[in-house]
Design a protein around this ligand. Structure first.
Ligand SMILES: O=C(O)COP(=O)(O)O
Ligand SMILES: [Mg+2]
Length: 221
């Protein structure tokens, strides 16, 4: 067991870039939404750097890049709806678990630790993706970017999780790939653990000074 788990009674995970490599499917939906509008598709490498603040912000960044200026609200609304429609067709078609994730989640569950999921992704996509990857039974609570009024890096979703399980924030661990996870975790009073392989706008997540880093979640257990 990794020392970061000492005294921890609840583990909260980020989804995109931490448990799953979802950028192939996200990028296909972004590309299709922009193509529908007669705009050039950005492709996977650019989309990777835009993921992290939810789907509306993702499309805002994609449109600004394609147009060379900030998009109108009307165009953003159309582009975002287009993204949601395309992504909803099969949000897990090319989405895969990172190595060690299943083993880590199984072990934590078998130890009886409650697990939660807090993603900035729209909540409608959480269950289909978890089901496709066989992880639907692992999390006692899942929150998406639209579940509460605030999303990460705001600490509100993490505070909500801690209160839901009746665990003090100091006994909670936040595990994520981006500065939004680490900032939210720290602001909520959680311990923080980062993985370096995900999506952090092209910057090392270490710059956010997490309490610890693991190359694979396998190291947790
Ligand atoms: O959808 C996003 O922008 C990021 O999702 P995440 O919070 O699971 O990394
Ligand atoms: Mg993430």
């Amino acid at each position: 067991m990794h020392p970061i788990l000492d005294g921890i009674e609840l583990v909260t995970f980020d989804l995109d870039g931490t448990l799953v490599d979802s950028v192939p499917d996200l990028a296909m939906a972004v590309d299709a939404a922009l193509t529908d509008l007669g705009l050039p598709p950005p492709g996977e490498a650019r989309v990777r750097d835009w993921v992290g603040n939810g789907s509306l912000k993702l499309m805002e960044r994609a449109l600004e890049d394609a147009l060379g200026r900030v998009s109108s609200d009307a165009l953003l609304t159309r582009a975002h709806q287009g993204f949601l429609d395309h992504y909803a067709r099969d949000p897990s078609a090319h989405t895969r678990l990172y190595g060690g994730v299943r083993e880590a989640l199984d072990a934590l569950r078998d130890w009886g630790l409650p697990l939660a999921l807090v993603t900035n992704k729209p909540s409608a996509f959480i269950a289909p993706i978890l089901e496709a990857l066989g992880l639907q039974g692992h999390f006692g609570l899942c929150l998406g970017g639209d579940s509460l009024a605030q999303k990460k890096p705001d600490p509100a979703p993490l505070r909500h999780v801690a209160a839901h399980f009746g665990v003090l924030p100091a006994a909670c661990l936040m595990v994520g790939d981006s500065r939004h996870d680490i900032e939210a975790g720290r602001a909520a009073g959680f311990r923080t653990l980062a993985v370096p392989y995900g999506y952090n706008h092209g910057e090392p997540v270490l710059l956010s000074r997490p309490d610890a880093v693991v190359e694979s979640l396998w190291e947790l257990v």
